[in-house]
Design a protein around this ligand. Structure first.
Ligand code: ATP
Length: 202
């Protein structure tokens, strides 16, 4: 899946709609200090389902909404959309046959986020799994933020393993295994309960 275009509205310093075209190959973001380079990278992580406000350099998730500047009032919502080329039909059902995917996340102040894929409302988990299965995602090592290389060198082996798993595309499988284990446990509890009721009726 090739990222094609990133659109930001009211996200951090991007109060006016801004569009970034992503060409194939390595992409670097350059510009003077404080112009919003890290904000662009964060918007990409955010639309892919990042759920840590700290990773977005904020106290709460509402901090990603434009907070106001000289002569510009704060905004009540922020939205980021990512257009992805799905020519190889790698997207999961029901989006497999769409040649292009438009993944968007919107946050309204005090009301949390909503996610959409091609206009259809989906859960955060659906978006996170879509990117995890494609070996990318909010924590993907393909997005290199400031200080990340030295963090990686100093990281504990378990944390480095997590990065390799993400790169290998197995992170989504771990999530699914965890969910299957929870469902299995719930089924076992129900069976125990059935046994108890059966014994009471004997
Ligand atoms: P550097 O090169 O110094 O790392 P940068 O180009 O990466 O800088 P960013 O850190 O992306 O810049 O952007 C910082 C700017 O974004 C600051 O001016 C900050 O005030 C602004 N900013 C961050 N969050 C918001 C927000 N919620 N509303 C308005 N402006 C914001």
């Amino acid at each position: 899946m090739q990222f094609q275009r990133l659109r930001l509205v009211g996200f951090k310093s991007f109060v006016d709609p801004a569009e970034v075209h992503i060409e194939s190959g390595l992409t670097g973001v350059v510009g003077p200090n404080g112009c919003g380079k890290s904000n662009v990278l964060e918007s990409l992580r955010w639309v892919m389902g990042a759920n840590s406000a700290k990773a977005m350099r904020g106290q709460g998730m509402d901090d990603v909404i434009f907070a106001g500047a000289a002569g510009r009032p704060p905004r009540s919502h922020a939205e980021v959309s990512l257009t992805i080329d799905n020519a190889a039909r790698r997207a999961p059902q029901p989006f497999t046959d769409s040649p292009v995917l438009e993944v968007s996340r919107r946050i309204d102040r005090g009301q949390g986020s909503t996610y959409r894929i091609n206009g259809k409302e989906v859960r955060a988990r659906d978006v996170q799994l879509l990117f995890a299965d494609a070996s990318t995602g909010a924590n993907s090592p393909a997005l290199v933020r400031q200080g990340q290389i030295s963090e990686l060198i100093a990281a504990k082996p378990q944390n480095r393993r997590r990065i390799l798993e993400e790169a290998g595309g197995v992170a989504g499988l771990h999530t699914r295994r965890h969910e299957a284990e929870l469902r299995l446990k719930a089924a076992e509890t129900n069976l125990d309960r059935l046994d108890d009721i059966g014994r009471e009726l004997e």
